[in-house]
Design a protein. Structure first.
Length: 286
């Protein structure tokens, strides 16, 4: 018996040849960062990019966000051709911006325009994190200000979806000035007694979270969204304390009174429609 054990041929694992390997086409499958479930991109998009296993909200492009939020074929974009200059002659800034324009099909990190939600007119702005991580430079700030002016002109509510890494470092102080610029414009909207709804999505950080994103008459957020100004490590090193595991999440901010509601993506359109109807006389355009 022992002799038979040593006389058996050893079996080795076979390594398939390059020709035998079948690679999964790019863009076909996606892995959930939360529960690690694998799913088809096509099925994920049918569910508005929400994981069916754990409910994780994947990032949306500006186009996908508009598709699941507003009435079909109601969007009329304005200021579409605005492109950022290079005030600091920052190395490779123009080249990288050109790559982002080609990759995303967008001229900048935000898309603004007229739209309708359940036949209720609004001015809407949607940030897209694919373009320079949704950072706020001079063009993003200017487009937000012009969106505010359009909302005042049309006497309709303003909705802004934030998704940003903060101020755009390639534009230096010009980028930081957009915090005050957008905040001042929203002050004018408030004085006109017009509704501003801010929706914070993953991530909303830095100068964007510290300016227009936190100034809504109604502040909403998607589940699990990262929202904050400085990073966790910097804050912990500064205050020399360990922060809670859920620190800077939408749920944490909601618990501490910095949000009005955390809204699931499937309920966002209905929630926005209800809020607009409540704040519009007889549910019609003012």
């Amino acid at each position: 018996m022992i002799r038979d054990l040593f006389s058996k041929k050893k079996k080795y694992a076979k390594i398939p040849s390059e020709g035998a390997k079948q690679e999964v086409p790019e863009g076909l499958m996606a892995k959930c960062p939360e529960c690690k479930a694998i799913c088809y991109i096509k099925e994920l998009r049918k569910n508005d990019m929400v994981c069916e296993q754990c409910g994780y909200h994947h990032r949306l492009t500006a186009g996908e966000r508009l598709h699941c939020t507003i009435d079909e074929e109601s969007f009329e974009e304005f200021n579409a051709g605005m492109i950022a200059m290079d005030p600091l002659n920052f190395p490779e800034y123009k080249e990288k911006s050109a790559v982002d324009r080609e990759k995303t099909g967008l001229s900048e990190a935000i898309v603004t325009g007229y739209a309708k939600i359940d036949d209720q007119p609004v001015v809407i702005g949607v940030m897209d994190a694919r373009f320079r991580m949704g950072s706020m430079g001079s063009v993003v700030g200017e487009k937000i200000v012009r969106a505010v002016e359009k909302a005042i002109e049309k006497r309709v509510p303003l909705i802004l979806f934030a998704a940003s890494g903060g101020a755009r470092m390639q534009e230096g102080v010009v980028s930081l000035m957009q915090m005050a610029k957008t905040s001042t414009a929203l002050r004018r909207l408030h004085e006109e007694k017009l509704l501003f709804i801010s929706v914070m999505t993953h991530p909303t950080t830095g100068g964007v979270s510290a300016s227009f994103a936190s100034l809504g008459d109604i502040n909403l957020a998607e589940p699990g969204a990262l929202i904050g100004f400085a990073g966790r490590r910097i804050i912990e090193q500064t205050i020399r304390q360990k922060l809670p595991d859920d620190f800077q999440t939408a749920e944490f901010l909601m618990e501490h009174g910095q949000l009005d509601q955390v809204v699931h993506r499937h309920d966002m359109r209905q929630t926005l429609s209800a809020v607009i109807a409540i704040h519009t006389p007889q549910g019609k355009e003012a």
